[in-house]
Design a binder for this molecule. Structure first.
Ligand SMILES: *[C@@H]1O[C@H](CO)[C@@H](O)[C@H](O)[C@H]1NC(C)=O
Ligand SMILES: *[C@@H]1O[C@H](CO)[C@@H](O)[C@H](O)[C@H]1NC(C)=O
Length: 289
């Protein structure tokens, strides 16, 4: 019976092909867990949805009566809260693969299947519909690339994400990177990167160890028309010093920098007071006898 079942599943793709469609609902992306990758103004909702459909890095679009059009990439979207039907002010559209031939009068049925994605660091994702939200759950290709969940697990480092303005130095390297998660992933996999800042929409500025001393943190979750304020920091907490709160993360001490980095630093520490974060770097050459 089990054998029959798996053969059936494997042969399924021969009979059905998925068609990519935009599925629109009344709802507003959560601001805290949402990291827009680009914001357009003066865009009618239908044009916004079409633009998202045509853009390979747009997975969710949001629009409201101010004619704003906001794109979210995969993994940069937590959930959308449902909007009361009569309001129809906030709309979200999800790019989904719909099995061929699925004809339904219930929009919710279109969210049922696990969406196989398999690119940009994500293996697949599911959308769960509850009474008040559309909740997205992602499967990361490499569990250690999931931004900051269990920083003291077996992963060599963790990417902590928060809002803020990048360091006031021009020592960063800026690249065109289409989504925030891909900027985080780029910093995570580059041994010399310790901090990345989405310094403009689709612009990722990366900094190496020791190239800055301070930066400003922000609590502002508003969608900014042209300057986002997203920061990711690579942290190396010891299991014995596992941070449990944001404040503990931003005050981590003596984090050991991997020896394969080429920037000449062995340890780093942070001190956060009000919105100012100060960094201190211990060069590799320092030896205590
Ligand atoms: C539309 O969304 C933008 C960005 O969040 C917001 O600034 C604006 O106030 C919203 N407009 C309405 C009518 O809600
Ligand atoms: C670096 O951090 C480790 C772990 O906390 C500590 O044992 C070591 O003394 C530190 N090294 C320097 C040079 O500060």
């Amino acid at each position: 019976m089990k054998l029959f079942f798996s053969i059936y599943l494997l042969s399924l793709p021969k009979f059905t092909t998925a068609i990519t469609k935009m599925v629109s609902v009344n709802g507003q992306p959560d601001k805290k867990t949402g990291w827009p990758s680009i914001v357009y103004s003066n865009t009618e909702w239908d044009d916004c949805v079409q633009k998202c459909y045509n853009d390979q890095y747009c997975d969710v679009a949001y629009g409201n009566s101010s004619l704003i059009c906001v794109f979210y990439g995969i993994a940069d979207f937590g959930f959308a809260t449902k909007e009361i039907l009569s309001a129809e002010l906030d709309r979200s559209s999800f790019k989904l693969d719909i099995p061929n031939g699925l004809c339904t009068s219930k929009v919710d049925d279109l969210f049922e299947d696990t969406q196989s994605y398999d690119r940009n660091g994500i293996y697949d994702f599911d959308i769960t519909i509850t009474s008040n939200k559309y909740d997205v759950n992602y499967q990361y290709r490499d569990g250690c690339e999931k931004p900051f969940v269990s920083p003291c697990s077996t992963c060599p480092h963790s990417m902590f994400i928060f809002r803020g303005t990048g360091p006031p130095t021009n020592l960063g390297t800026t690249r065109d990177i289409p989504t925030w998660f891909l900027c985080v992933l780029q910093c995570s996999t580059d041994v010399d990167c310790v901090l990345a800042w989405f310094s403009g929409y689709r612009k990722c500025t990366m900094y190496s160890f020791g190239s800055f001393d301070s930066m400003i943190r922000s609590e502002d979750l508003a969608i900014q028309p042209d300057t986002p304020s997203y920061i990711t920091l690579k942290i190396f907490p010891l299991r014995s010093n596992c941070p449990r709160t944001e404040n503990e993360v931003l005050n981590l001490k003596n984090m050991v920098i991997p020896s394969e980095t080429t920037t000449g630093y062995a340890n780093y520490s942070m001190t956060c007071a009000a919105s100012n974060i100060e960094f201190s770097w211990v060069p590799t050459e320092v030896r205590t006898y």
